[in-house]
Write a protein that binds this ligand. Structure first.
Ligand SMILES: *[C@@H]1O[C@H](CO)[C@@H](O)[C@H](O)[C@H]1NC(C)=O
Ligand SMILES: *[C@@H]1O[C@H](CO)[C@@H](O)[C@H](O)[C@H]1NC(C)=O
Ligand SMILES: *[C@@H]1O[C@H](CO)[C@@H](O)[C@H](O)[C@H]1NC(C)=O
Ligand SMILES: *[C@@H]1O[C@H](CO)[C@@H](O)[C@H](O)[C@H]1NC(C)=O
Ligand SMILES: *[C@@H]1O[C@H](CO)[C@@H](O)[C@H](O)[C@H]1NC(C)=O
Length: 649
């Protein structure tokens, strides 16, 4: 591990030298191409303009040292926070931005909300960088983001693609088991991110989904740790880019260390009732497999989760404030030398989406805010996510509870990252280039084709699928979960009731128990079965008309009744109505190519006796990991793999 770190440092030094020259060229060009709106690449203070840290010809180490010794404790404190930022109207800065940037010297933010107008977002971003440049030291901003290239919209973890290319969730990419495709996805996402100034990905999420009820499985790569590890490597390399880590890269934050799959009873640890991670199968080490691969692949940052590990050798407190987890295990045993950023909100109680959300200081609830901040820093965590309590850092240092030397260590890591990303040398982006890059036609096409391929076909009675469009010109369709207009555009006739129809298409959300609260309701939890009312409602449809069911799986579902009663059952992991219809009718030779990225349990009863930390232990699964039929020979592209009936109910 030590030698890897050394060679990585050498590589960093090399890329820095290499990019120093190109960065200067870009710095001269950028203001011109952005309409001379941002004429100054310099900070307000002329004294700082000639400081060594501004000199791109020096090494990153030299620049970091020069900068850190110039920073006041207030300026250092600001670096230790990473909080949500929102755009103001029409590309302006929100009123809360000034106090954070100029008042608290914060320079790390995750962008909340959609990007609905690329040009406006660029204007917002450049104004933000100008505001940062106008502070005493002119430290540039690093913007990060939760995933925003798929369909899910869940405050606090995922944002639906708007202008960006749209892909299935990572589960859908995992269903295709194609590292090269994941690499392509990450390359495209990297270019779209950097075009608008997003330089840090709060992903990949490489938790192993061993507990099927967990609300955050949709953002994982499924239940298989080995597969997750393989795909994580391709993912991280794509976000890093072909030239190694540097001015064209997005820094990746792999999460949630040490693997947040084993949540007790499947409850998410954003919430009080889900604070425990549990290891009844004694399988803690298994969850480290993807993290080891991510570290070897060069993930720059790691995020520990909220959960507290129960019954292991580690202290039973949230991972982000857990010295055994962060310092002994992650930095010591696994040799990770990068940035550790805690998950959002370990210190301060907050109201999120109208809901009271206590700080996720699990196991340390009785500590004061000051003591929690101390515990986080002394655990070895560099940055406090979702917080802006610079006051606590100042108090900790003033009282001698945390040394300035300790603060220095984290500030150095954080500043090094900004230098390597090239942000000091050119923080601005170009609006025309961004508009030309984001949502590029050929990339949208690849995303769309991936949506189609990632459908996973579980049953197909009498080879009902694909339907022949030519034989359906007189047919009548009953549809749910899909806009009638999408069929009518294809000259298909839509009717109002199953009884009138020749075929029914049901596109269903996976079962879950609705939870109250503006924030909590986005986290689909509890039972994996449809309730009795819904089962009866569906049964009437299956009895009335041959039905094709497509379930959007944001986590596994227990649906033996559908496997039994529908003519065909497929699942998707984020795919549009058009992608669905293309696959149903085999348009352009398209057909399902996905393989289940997890076992589908048979019932809630089966799930209740699963061990949270153990993969593939559900009793008599309805379908196994890897099950997925294709249309087989003779259809369209014909991949020659034939049909796969294994695990068929
Ligand atoms: C934003 O722009 C729209 C249309 O250009 C305008 O109607 C609106 O008043 C603007 N809002 C603000 C806050 O400037
Ligand atoms: C998990 O994935 C790996 C790599 O793709 C594969 O070799 C292994 O068989 C899979 N495990 C199971 C239980 O399917
Ligand atoms: C977590 O584990 C502790 C210790 O076993 C237990 O007392 C508690 O009920 C568990 N669940 C929650 C939500 O705290
Ligand atoms: C913090 O780091 C800077 C730069 O290396 C150094 O000048 C300063 O003495 C350090 N402060 C402490 C308390 O270690
Ligand atoms: C049953 O499920 C349906 C849809 O999934 C939902 O609309 C309904 O409110 C649920 N009913 C009960 C009693 O939980």
């Amino acid at each position: 591990m030590v030698s890897r770190t050394r060679s990585q440092r050498k590589l960093n030094a090399f890329t820095t030298l290499f990019f120093a020259a190109t960065a200067m060229a870009t710095a001269i060009r950028a203001p011109v191409s952005s309409g001379a709106k941002y004429p100054r690449m310099t900070s307000k203070s002329t004294e700082m303009d000639s400081a060594p840290y501004r000199d791109a010809s020096l090494s990153v180490d030299e620049r970091v040292e020069d900068l850190v010794q110039r920073m006041t404790i207030e300026e250092k404190a600001g670096q230790l926070f990473h909080a949500i930022i929102r755009q103001g109207p029409n590309g302006t800065l929100a009123t809360t931005t000034g106090p954070a940037v100029s008042g608290k010297f914060m320079t790390h933010f995750n962008l909340g909300g959609p990007i609905s107008d690329v040009r406006e977002s660029v204007q917002w971003y450049n104004s933000l960088q100008q505001m940062a440049l106008d502070t005493r030291l002119g430290i540039p901003i690093t913007i990060s983001s939760d995933p925003r290239h798929a369909f899910a919209e869940a405050a606090g973890s995922q944002i639906a693609a708007t202008k960006f290319t749209q892909w299935p969730e990572t589960l859908g990419l995992a269903a295709l088991r194609d590292a090269e495709l994941i690499h392509t996805f990450a390359e495209i996402a990297r270019q779209e991110y950097t075009a608008v100034g997003i330089r840090a990905a709060l992903h990949p999420q490489i938790d192993v989904a061993t507990e099927p009820r967990w609300a955050r499985i949709g953002g994982t790569m499924g239940e298989n740790a080995t597969l997750t590890a393989e795909l994580a490597v391709a993912y991280i390399k794509g976000f890093t880019g072909p030239d190694g880590f540097g001015t064209k890269s997005v820094t990746t934050v792999s999460k949630h260390f040490p693997g947040s799959g084993p949540v007790e009873d499947g409850e998410d640890s954003h919430f009080v009732y889900g604070k425990n991670a549990t290891y009844p199968g004694n399988n803690f080490e298994h969850h480290l497999i993807p993290f080891k691969a991510a570290i070897a692949a060069g993930t720059r940052q790691i995020m520990p989760y909220y959960s507290r590990p129960m019954g292991t050798k580690y202290e039973e407190v949230a991972a982000g404030m857990n010295k055994g987890i962060v310092t002994d295990l992650l930095r010591g045993k696994l040799g990770f030398d990068g940035i550790v950023c805690s998950d959002w909100g370990l210190v301060t109680d907050a109201v999120i989406a109208g809901q009271d959300m206590p700080a996720r200081a699990w196991g340390a609830e009785s500590l004061t805010e000051l003591e929690r901040a101390e515990k986080i820093l002394n655990a070895g965590t560099d940055q406090l996510g979702g917080e802006d309590r610079t006051d606590l850092i100042l108090e900790l240092v003033e009282k001698g509870m945390v040394s300035e030397d300790r603060i220095n260590t984290s500030v150095r890591r954080l500043m090094r990252e900004k230098f390597l990303l090239g942000l000091f040398d050119n923080p601005f982006v170009d609006a025309d280039a961004a508009v030309a890059t984001v949502g590029k036609k050929e990339w949208l096409r690849i995303g769309y084709e991936t949506q189609r391929k990632s459908f996973t076909l579980l049953t197909n009675k009498h080879n009902m699928l694909p339907l022949k469009a030519s034989k359906c010109s007189k047919s009548k369709f009953y549809v749910e979960g899909i806009d009638a207009a999408a069929l009518e555009e294809r000259k298909l006739h839509v009717v109002d009731t199953p009884e009138e129809a020749d075929y029914a298409f049901l596109r269903l959300a996976a079962p879950y128990e609705p939870r109250p609260g503006g924030f909590e309701r986005n986290y689909h939890s509890g039972s994996l079965e449809y309730n009795a009312t819904e089962k009866a409602r569906q049964a009437a449809i299956y009895a009335a008309v041959p039905t094709i069911v497509d379930i959007y799986l944001d986590r596994p579902a227990a649906v033996p009744e559908i496997a039994h009663n529908a003519k065909a059952l497929m699942v998707n992991f984020g795919a549009s109505a058009d992608a669905f219809l293309d696959v149903v009718f085999g348009v352009e030779g398209s057909g399902p190519e996905g393989k289940l990225p997890f076992d589908l349990p048979r019932s809630d009863e089966a799930v209740a006796v699963n061990k949270e930390d153990v993969p593939f232990d559900t009793l008599d699964p309805l379908f196994r990991f890897g099950h997925g039929m294709t249309y087989g020979r003779g259809h369209g592209r014909g991949d020659g793999r034939g049909r796969d009936h294994s695990g068929h109910d």
